[in-house]
Design a protein around this ligand. Sequence first.
Ligand code: ADP
Length: 258
Amino acid sequence: VLLFILVLFLIASIWLSYSMSKKAMIPIQRAYRQQQQFLADASHELRTPLSVMNTSLDVIELENGEDFSPYTREVVSDMKEEVGRMSRMVQHLLMLARSDSGSVEFEMVSFDLVPKVSQWVLAFEAVAHKKQIMITTRLPEEMEIKGDIERIKQLVYILLDNAIKYTSENGTVDVALGSNPKQWYLSVQDTGIGIPEDGKQRIFDRFYRVEKHRSREEGSAGLGLSIAKWIVEAHRGSIEVESSLGEGSTFIVKFPHV
Ligand code: ADP
């Protein structure tokens, strides 16, 4: 009888603690979901005015560009750069909210990555040129892979954006692609400021920035690499960094052939 009462008591206490923890979870879960929804809605809403601003700047440049004074030309180009940076941040926030809610579908297709990478690199030529940074590429003739084109583009953009952002004038950024029978890889190497030893793992965490002050000036939120890691892992790949302070960094992404 004593044993029976003890077992009954045990069951009752487990049930009680379970139901209490469940009750406590509900408001927390609801608050978390509301926060996620807010993040998704806010970043979605911000995309439209930003794209209007971008188009308006293009129109101004197209219609009046030839009459611009050197000062106005510089102002318009700075504005375009800032709008672009803000759009990327908003896109990162939106991506983050979507990845958390599990609502991102990866569209895996077979395609040749080489012309795509050449095209994506081209999009960074202007900003690199402004800092006198040279972008070089080492690409094979062709490289057929299977993956989500938009997401891989986002990954390359994050790595290139960082490489240029954290490299000072007259530096170089090198983009390479390669493959072996087991896997394919992409590397982005820069001659920039480098990453300290204790930051090498943490840079892939959300909102982590090595130099908070400097990164904020560059308009960074510390989200890019966490999104890059999420994209890589969704393709069952891995991302790592080799870096020496003051000498530069190399980000290497490896993907299995699927
Ligand atoms: P951010 O938007 O701040 O660049 P990321 O998540 O892309 O966010 O990067 C996190 C941090 O890692 C950056 O703030 C920066 O300190 C560091 N970092 C990323 N890429 C590089 C790089 N190529 N060279 C030096 N530091 C880098």
